[in-house]
Design a protein around this ligand. Sequence first.
Ligand SMILES: Nc1ncnc2c1ncn2[C@@H]1O[C@H](COP(=O)(O)OP(=O)(O)OP(=O)(O)O)[C@@H](O)[C@H]1O
Length: 238
Amino acid sequence: MSETPLLEARGLNTYYGASHVLRSVDFHVGRGETVSLLGRNGMGKTTLMRSLMGLVVPKSGDIRFAGVEMRGWRPSAIARAGVGFVPEGRGIFPNLTVEENLVFAEREGADGRRDWTREAVIDLFPRLAERRTNWGNQLSGGEQQMLTIGRALMSNPSLLLVDEATEGLAPLVRDDIWRTLRLIADRGVAIVVVDKNLDDVVKLCRRHIILVKGQIVFEGDTHALAANDDFVRSQLGL
Ligand SMILES: Nc1ncnc2c1ncn2[C@@H]1O[C@H](COP(=O)(O)OP(=O)(O)OP(=O)(O)O)[C@@H](O)[C@H]1O
């Protein structure tokens, strides 16, 4: 018998007002699994992450996390249960230092895990170590993004949702972020990423999902993604 997924969503329908964005989406993530959410702009990737995080409540469907139904929970409760969110556009406090931003987010994991301490997070991002006492608003875009990931880790999540973490960043900084996400995954944290760069995505993620107009049109491992290259590229507009 296969293991229960860490997160399992079934039949999610999410609306913004009258606009029906997610249409009967089934989605699951295993413990420690890495999954990509792909699709053109406006197809519902961010909305799926926001639905899982409780930032928008699906009108129907179930979301079970670690075996517990959590649709309708507040985002803070979902975070406490072990879901970390790295939102698009970065969410750090500009008037706190790097260290303060991290300390502020510190919390033990749902199962009492404290893998990610301030020191462990700073070790992961050598660039942040050099800037521990800088204010959030003194950081470059890449450093802000690293701090956003670091903050999410400070709550010791078992699942990290990462929305467009490398967008608009220089290639070397992007590489740094991908390398760090790999290290986080190697520590057993499940990761779901939304990102436009397919070449980088396939290096991190083992399973891939393509959304078109709020519906899943493809789901498969990296091998299946490559085997369906023409279809995949047409759906992604590449
Ligand atoms: N707060 C909102 N209110 C109303 N409509 C929204 C809102 N946020 C997103 N939408 C609409 O929902 C649809 C899905 O948007 P979503 O941001 O989930 O797409 P996405 O796949 O993440 O795209 P992108 O890569 O552009 O972020 C789009 O049509 C978008 O215009």
